[in-house]
Design a protein around this ligand. Structure first.
Ligand SMILES: C[S@@+](CC[C@H](N)C(=O)[O-])C[C@H]1O[C@@H](n2cnc3c(N)ncnc32)[C@H](O)[C@@H]1O
Length: 256
């Protein structure tokens, strides 16, 4: 890990909670590394002040539209935080949780061990969902929480088209993700907006505007902009809209 520069150090509160490493060092994600996975799980809200509110909205949408027998397909399910949130809102829901990282899936198994057969875990790469052995089920919801930005655009388009075929007429896809900030010329405004977000965050990251923007630039992932998300969903056949937005964190819903 390189030297920690001013503004890159996690806050005292974050360091006390044991989340300093992910916040202060390499901005890239190492999902197969068990230590990284555990640290991400402990600090999922740090550096993402919108997450709790957006997960609350997601759980509300599932609870309001859920019909008995419906199955929730949680893609990039990670350590099971989203599935746990959904089950708290809809205890009778059944969930198929797919993730490519054994380390994250192990955390999810532990978190959800009391849920019996209501959660099925599948290891697979959702960039090629056709190669993932999904159980045959009445998938009423597909959730993509903070995972689509890991997938290159052409594979995103194929995935969304496949999800359109998978969902029934009353199906809903919910994407909650980091979006690409554009245009680049607005970077000073995005930085100032980040400082405002950080000042109100329940869990501080300790990132100033420069660190926030620098970390985004250092990531080797593929966040689509807000407009690209809506365009890709519509091109796949969905009726789609962004229903919640805080700087670079958005929630999109898509129905048939
Ligand atoms: C930021 S975490 C989000 C986890 C969970 N959705 C949440 O919000 O708590 C991203 C997750 O996506 C998984 N992931 C990344 N690329 C993936 C892919 N191509 N296929 C399946 N899972 C993937 C990672 O292993 C990680 O668990």
């Amino acid at each position: 890990m390189g030297a920690v520069r001013r503004g890159q150090r996690g806050s005292t509160k974050a360091r006390r909670a044991g989340v300093g490493m992910r916040l202060s060092g390499d901005a890239r994600d190492r999902w197969t590394d068990a230590e990284f996975a555990a640290e991400w799980d402990r600090a999922a809200d740090v550096g993402n002040p919108a997450r709790a509110e957006q997960l609350d909205l997601l759980a509300h949408l599932v609870a309001r539209r859920y019909r008995p027998g419906g199955v929730v397909l949680d893609l990039g399910a990670g350590s099971g935080l989203v599935a746990a949130r959904v089950l708290a809102a809809v205890p009778e829901a059944r969930i198929v949780a797919v993730d490519s990282s054994p380390a994250m899936t192990e955390l999810a198994r532990r978190r959800l061990q009391g849920t019996g057969d209501r959660v099925v875990f599948i290891q697979g790469d959702i960039a090629d969902l056709s190669a993932v052995a999904l159980p045959r089920a009445d998938y009423q919801f597909v959730l993509l929480v903070q995972v689509l930005h890991h997938i290159p655009h052409p594979a995103k388009e194929r995935l969304l088209t496949r999800l359109y075929s998978l969902l029934p007429a009353d199906g809903t896809a919910i994407i909650m993700d980091r979006i690409g900030l554009a245009p680049a010329s607005l970077a000073p405004i995005f930085g100032a907006a980040w400082e405002w977000e950080e000042s109100r965050a329940a869990q501080k990251s300790g990132w100033d505007a420069r660190t926030f923007l620098g970390r985004l630039a250092a990531k080797d992932d593929h966040p689509a902009t807000l407009d690209e998300h809506v365009a890709m969903l519509r091109a796949a056949g969905f009726a789609a809209a962004c229903i919640h937005l805080r700087l670079n964190r958005a929630v999109f819903v898509a129905t048939k």
